[in-house]
Design a protein around this ligand. Structure first.
Ligand SMILES: [Zn+2]
Length: 273
């Protein structure tokens, strides 16, 4: 099986930051990102005697089974609404992020690096400040399977979003098996897991906002990841609210905003959806 399997083994879904420091080097790096001091096992033992463990990092349910590249780090029955590429403006992204947060919804936003260069880091920071989840979507939206491993690594690095989950442009490299070896190697080299989708709205074909909303409501089921784009007609407050309200009216819940405020750069291996 693919090396993504190994990821589920290292997950400490309910463990606190102290426990993270006890695990392998990857987790240690993550702890460093979280601002947690890395200490030796004897030091940890001493710490445990003298201080209480810090509050656990909010995470979702314990991951079950092999990592599913189509459902990503969502192990709940909640529907994840995802938007790729680039918003029309930072203001538009702010409005949508705030509207989602106000309804306790966490959208997944996947801006490309060229978008961040053009519109500024606010594209990422404003989303995270509102509890939204920001993942990588490459620097320049190339079909990754046509690149060398080094080329894939470059596409998965800054100025693109540097984090631990990413949506490969077009799903390229993962839509047929065997997966593209170069693309798999590139994702592994940067400690990033691919996250594709289970429902494709085809919003980029020029569909109206109403048509996109209707498609989402008619085709989403428990645990689905819905693919849309920030630069097409479903990414506005009215449409996103209609999706949220409509899904809830159908008895489906939507991925929740990151609890307690700002979403971390490195996402939990199981999202607190
Ligand atoms: Zn895209």
């Amino acid at each position: 099986m693919k090396l993504w399997n190994k990821a589920t083994m290292g997950i400490m879904a309910t463990a606190g930051a102290l426990a993270l420091t006890l695990s392998g080097c990857n987790d240690a790096a993550q702890s460093a990102d979280n601002g947690v001091q890395i200490v030796s096992v004897p030091q940890v033992t001493q710490l445990l005697k003298t201080v209480e463990a810090p509050p656990p990092v909010p995470v979702g349910p314990a991951p079950s089974g092999t990592y599913d590249i189509f459902k990503g780090p969502n192990y709940t029955d909640r529907v994840v609404l995802t938007f790729d590429d680039c918003p029309k403006s930072v203001e538009q992204l702010r409005q949508v992020s705030e509207a989602a947060k106000a309804r306790n919804v966490g959208l997944v936003l996947a801006p490309i690096g060229q978008c961040i260069e053009e519109l500024g880091q606010g594209v990422v920071d404003i989303a995270r400040a509102n509890g939204q989840y920001v993942i990588n979507h490459s620097v320049s939206h190339k079909a990754l399977s046509k690149l060398s491993v080094d080329g894939v690594i470059r596409e998965l690095s800054a100025p693109g979003v540097v984090t631990n989950f990413g949506r490969p442009p077009y799903g390229d490299g993962f839509f047929t098996t065997p997966y593209s070896a170069n693309v798999v190697a590139g994702y592994e080299a940067v400690n990033m897991k691919p996250w594709l989708w289970t429902v494709d709205t085809n919003d980029w074909k020029g569909k109206s906002a109403d048509s996109i909303v209707s498609y989402v409501l008619a085709n989403s089921g428990p645990g689905d990841t819905v693919l849309m784009h920030m630069n097409h007609n479903g990414f506005n407050v009215e449409s996103v609210v209609a999706m949220i309200d409509g899904l809830r009216a159908r008895g489906l819940e939507v991925c929740q905003a990151y609890p307690g405020g700002e979403t971390p750069v490195t996402l939990p291996e199981s999202l607190p959806c």
